[in-house]
Design a protein around this ligand. Structure first.
Ligand code: ATP
Ligand code: MG
Length: 218
Protein backbone atom coordinates (compact mmCIF):
# COMPACT_ATOMS: atom_id res chain seq x y z
CA UNK A 1 0.00 0.00 0.00
CA UNK A 2 1.36 3.41 -0.90
CA UNK A 3 1.83 5.86 1.92
CA UNK A 4 1.76 9.65 1.83
CA UNK A 5 4.04 11.85 3.88
CA UNK A 6 3.01 15.45 4.54
CA UNK A 7 5.60 18.01 5.71
CA UNK A 8 4.38 20.85 7.90
CA UNK A 9 5.98 23.36 10.24
CA UNK A 10 4.77 23.91 13.78
CA UNK A 11 2.95 27.05 14.80
CA UNK A 12 1.10 29.25 12.37
CA UNK A 13 1.28 26.95 9.34
CA UNK A 14 0.20 23.86 11.28
CA UNK A 15 -2.61 25.74 13.05
CA UNK A 16 -3.97 27.28 9.85
CA UNK A 17 -3.60 24.11 7.75
CA UNK A 18 -5.43 22.00 10.33
CA UNK A 19 -8.98 23.18 9.45
CA UNK A 20 -8.29 22.61 5.73
CA UNK A 21 -7.02 19.10 6.45
CA UNK A 22 -10.06 18.47 8.68
CA UNK A 23 -12.36 19.55 5.84
CA UNK A 24 -10.53 17.00 3.70
CA UNK A 25 -11.17 14.38 6.41
CA UNK A 26 -7.60 14.25 7.66
CA UNK A 27 -6.87 14.57 11.39
CA UNK A 28 -3.42 14.32 13.01
CA UNK A 29 -3.24 11.87 15.91
CA UNK A 30 -1.23 14.29 18.06
CA UNK A 31 -0.64 17.99 18.61
CA UNK A 32 2.98 18.78 17.66
CA UNK A 33 3.04 21.57 20.28
CA UNK A 34 2.42 18.97 23.00
CA UNK A 35 4.39 16.08 21.61
CA UNK A 36 8.10 15.87 20.92
CA UNK A 37 7.48 13.48 18.09
CA UNK A 38 8.55 14.63 14.66
CA UNK A 39 6.58 11.99 12.81
CA UNK A 40 2.89 12.09 13.60
CA UNK A 41 0.25 9.61 12.48
CA UNK A 42 -3.23 10.54 11.31
CA UNK A 43 -6.68 9.00 11.23
CA UNK A 44 -5.80 7.78 7.73
CA UNK A 45 -3.50 4.79 8.04
CA UNK A 46 -1.64 5.68 4.85
CA UNK A 47 -0.94 9.34 5.73
CA UNK A 48 1.70 10.58 8.17
CA UNK A 49 3.03 14.03 8.96
CA UNK A 50 6.57 15.28 9.35
CA UNK A 51 7.15 18.28 11.59
CA UNK A 52 10.03 20.32 10.12
CA UNK A 53 11.36 23.85 10.26
CA UNK A 54 9.32 26.19 7.99
CA UNK A 55 12.29 26.87 5.71
CA UNK A 56 13.07 23.14 5.43
CA UNK A 57 9.64 22.11 4.08
CA UNK A 58 10.56 22.69 0.39
CA UNK A 59 13.78 20.72 0.83
CA UNK A 60 11.99 17.65 2.22
CA UNK A 61 9.47 17.73 -0.63
CA UNK A 62 12.05 18.44 -3.35
CA UNK A 63 14.07 15.36 -2.39
CA UNK A 64 10.99 13.21 -1.94
CA UNK A 65 11.55 12.67 1.80
CA UNK A 66 8.04 14.09 2.02
CA UNK A 67 5.48 13.72 -0.77
CA UNK A 68 3.79 17.03 -0.13
CA UNK A 69 3.91 19.97 2.22
CA UNK A 70 2.82 23.48 3.04
CA UNK A 71 5.20 26.41 2.67
CA UNK A 72 4.92 30.20 2.59
CA UNK A 73 5.58 32.02 -0.67
CA UNK A 74 8.40 33.80 1.21
CA UNK A 75 10.09 30.47 1.92
CA UNK A 76 9.47 29.16 -1.61
CA UNK A 77 11.06 32.21 -3.22
CA UNK A 78 14.19 31.82 -1.10
CA UNK A 79 14.32 28.10 -1.83
CA UNK A 80 13.85 28.72 -5.56
CA UNK A 81 11.07 26.18 -6.07
CA UNK A 82 13.25 23.76 -8.06
CA UNK A 83 11.75 20.29 -8.23
CA UNK A 84 8.41 21.31 -6.78
CA UNK A 85 4.86 21.54 -8.06
CA UNK A 86 2.78 24.28 -6.49
CA UNK A 87 -0.76 23.20 -7.37
CA UNK A 88 -2.69 25.22 -4.82
CA UNK A 89 -2.65 28.54 -2.97
CA UNK A 90 -4.08 27.62 0.43
CA UNK A 91 -4.81 31.30 1.20
CA UNK A 92 -3.51 30.92 4.75
CA UNK A 93 -0.54 32.65 6.41
CA UNK A 94 -1.52 35.82 4.65
CA UNK A 95 0.71 38.82 5.13
CA UNK A 96 2.97 40.94 2.96
CA UNK A 97 6.66 41.27 2.42
CA UNK A 98 7.70 44.86 2.92
CA UNK A 99 10.63 47.22 3.31
CA UNK A 100 10.72 48.89 6.72
CA UNK A 101 12.90 51.62 8.17
CA UNK A 102 13.33 53.46 11.40
CA UNK A 103 10.72 56.18 11.76
CA UNK A 104 12.35 59.37 10.51
CA UNK A 105 14.71 57.64 8.10
CA UNK A 106 14.70 59.57 4.81
CA UNK A 107 13.55 56.71 2.59
CA UNK A 108 12.32 58.92 -0.29
CA UNK A 109 15.59 60.81 -0.28
CA UNK A 110 17.63 57.67 -0.22
CA UNK A 111 15.68 56.22 -3.17
CA UNK A 112 16.16 59.49 -5.04
CA UNK A 113 19.88 59.68 -4.37
CA UNK A 114 20.24 56.05 -5.38
CA UNK A 115 23.16 55.49 -3.02
CA UNK A 116 24.07 52.21 -1.35
CA UNK A 117 21.60 50.81 1.08
CA UNK A 118 22.33 48.37 3.90
CA UNK A 119 19.52 45.83 4.01
CA UNK A 120 19.15 43.24 6.76
CA UNK A 121 16.83 40.32 6.10
CA UNK A 122 16.10 36.64 6.28
CA UNK A 123 14.95 36.91 2.65
CA UNK A 124 18.22 37.72 0.92
CA UNK A 125 17.25 36.41 -2.50
CA UNK A 126 13.90 38.21 -2.69
CA UNK A 127 15.39 41.43 -1.29
CA UNK A 128 18.28 41.35 -3.76
CA UNK A 129 15.89 40.93 -6.69
CA UNK A 130 13.62 43.68 -5.42
CA UNK A 131 16.34 46.31 -5.04
CA UNK A 132 18.08 45.31 -8.23
CA UNK A 133 14.78 45.72 -10.16
CA UNK A 134 14.54 49.23 -8.68
CA UNK A 135 18.10 49.94 -9.78
CA UNK A 136 19.24 50.42 -6.18
CA UNK A 137 22.52 49.14 -4.77
CA UNK A 138 21.78 46.97 -1.76
CA UNK A 139 24.36 45.43 0.54
CA UNK A 140 22.55 42.46 2.01
CA UNK A 141 23.06 41.25 5.56
CA UNK A 142 21.61 37.83 6.31
CA UNK A 143 19.72 37.47 9.58
CA UNK A 144 17.74 34.54 10.98
CA UNK A 145 15.25 36.45 13.14
CA UNK A 146 14.44 39.61 15.14
CA UNK A 147 15.11 41.71 12.08
CA UNK A 148 13.49 44.74 13.74
CA UNK A 149 16.67 45.19 15.75
CA UNK A 150 18.84 45.86 12.73
CA UNK A 151 17.79 49.46 11.96
CA UNK A 152 17.66 50.28 15.70
CA UNK A 153 21.25 49.22 16.31
CA UNK A 154 22.72 50.63 13.12
CA UNK A 155 23.36 47.20 11.64
CA UNK A 156 21.30 48.21 8.60
CA UNK A 157 19.35 51.13 7.11
CA UNK A 158 16.32 49.04 6.26
CA UNK A 159 14.90 45.56 6.72
CA UNK A 160 12.88 43.35 4.43
CA UNK A 161 10.41 41.37 6.52
CA UNK A 162 6.89 39.98 6.68
CA UNK A 163 4.26 42.38 7.99
CA UNK A 164 0.68 41.62 8.91
CA UNK A 165 -0.83 43.98 11.49
CA UNK A 166 2.25 46.20 11.65
CA UNK A 167 2.20 46.01 15.47
CA UNK A 168 5.71 44.59 15.75
CA UNK A 169 7.08 47.38 13.56
CA UNK A 170 5.17 49.98 15.55
CA UNK A 171 6.40 48.62 18.88
CA UNK A 172 9.95 49.07 17.64
CA UNK A 173 9.55 52.53 16.10
CA UNK A 174 9.72 51.23 12.56
CA UNK A 175 7.50 51.99 9.58
CA UNK A 176 6.80 50.04 6.40
CA UNK A 177 7.87 52.25 3.50
CA UNK A 178 7.31 49.93 0.57
CA UNK A 179 5.36 46.75 -0.18
CA UNK A 180 7.21 44.07 -2.08
CA UNK A 181 4.55 41.38 -2.53
CA UNK A 182 1.58 39.67 -0.90
CA UNK A 183 2.42 36.39 0.84
CA UNK A 184 0.36 33.28 1.51
CA UNK A 185 1.09 29.59 1.96
CA UNK A 186 1.07 27.09 -0.88
CA UNK A 187 0.60 23.38 -1.15
CA UNK A 188 3.78 21.92 -2.63
CA UNK A 189 4.12 18.48 -4.16
CA UNK A 190 6.98 16.26 -5.25
CA UNK A 191 6.44 15.67 -9.01
CA UNK A 192 7.63 12.04 -8.96
CA UNK A 193 5.36 11.27 -6.01
CA UNK A 194 2.44 12.83 -7.85
CA UNK A 195 3.01 10.39 -10.71
CA UNK A 196 3.68 7.31 -8.61
CA UNK A 197 1.05 7.95 -5.94
CA UNK A 198 -1.56 9.65 -8.07
CA UNK A 199 -4.40 7.51 -6.65
CA UNK A 200 -3.63 8.69 -3.12
CA UNK A 201 -2.49 12.20 -3.92
CA UNK A 202 -5.12 13.47 -6.35
CA UNK A 203 -8.15 13.05 -4.03
CA UNK A 204 -6.27 14.80 -1.21
CA UNK A 205 -5.32 17.76 -3.44
CA UNK A 206 -8.89 17.96 -4.74
CA UNK A 207 -10.30 17.88 -1.20
CA UNK A 208 -7.92 20.64 -0.10
CA UNK A 209 -8.87 22.74 -3.13
CA UNK A 210 -12.51 22.29 -2.20
CA UNK A 211 -11.79 23.28 1.42
CA UNK A 212 -10.05 26.46 0.23
CA UNK A 213 -13.01 27.37 -2.01
CA UNK A 214 -15.49 26.74 0.81
CA UNK A 215 -13.45 28.80 3.22
CA UNK A 216 -13.33 31.64 0.72
CA UNK A 217 -17.11 31.49 0.23
CA UNK A 218 -17.81 31.41 3.97
P1 ATP B 1 11.47 29.44 12.17
O1 ATP B 1 10.71 29.61 13.46
O2 ATP B 1 11.76 28.02 11.82
O3 ATP B 1 12.63 30.36 12.04
P2 ATP B 1 9.55 31.14 11.01
O4 ATP B 1 9.78 32.02 12.18
O5 ATP B 1 9.64 31.75 9.64
O6 ATP B 1 10.50 29.88 11.02
P3 ATP B 1 6.76 31.14 11.40
O7 ATP B 1 6.89 32.44 12.09
O8 ATP B 1 5.90 30.06 11.96
O9 ATP B 1 8.15 30.46 11.17
O10 ATP B 1 6.31 31.46 9.91
C1 ATP B 1 6.01 30.42 9.03
C2 ATP B 1 5.37 31.03 7.80
O11 ATP B 1 4.18 31.72 8.15
C3 ATP B 1 6.24 32.07 7.10
O12 ATP B 1 7.12 31.45 6.20
C4 ATP B 1 5.20 32.93 6.41
O13 ATP B 1 4.84 32.38 5.15
C5 ATP B 1 4.04 32.88 7.36
N1 ATP B 1 4.03 34.06 8.24
C6 ATP B 1 5.06 34.54 8.96
N2 ATP B 1 4.73 35.64 9.63
C7 ATP B 1 3.44 35.88 9.34
C8 ATP B 1 2.50 36.88 9.74
N3 ATP B 1 2.83 37.85 10.56
N4 ATP B 1 1.26 36.76 9.28
C9 ATP B 1 0.89 35.78 8.47
N5 ATP B 1 1.75 34.81 8.03
C10 ATP B 1 3.00 34.85 8.46
MG1 MG C 1 9.54 31.57 14.19
Amino acid sequence: MTTLTFALSKGRIFDETLPLLAAAGLHPAEDPEQSRKLIIGTNMAHVSMLIVRASDVPTYVQYGAADLGVAGRDVLLEHGGEGLYQPLDLEIGQCRMAVATRRGFDWAGSVQRGGRLRVATKYVRTAREHFSAKGMHADLIKLYGSMELAPLTGLADVIVDLVSSGNTLKANDLVAVEDIMPISSRLIVNPAALKLKRDRMQPLIAALARAVRERRAA
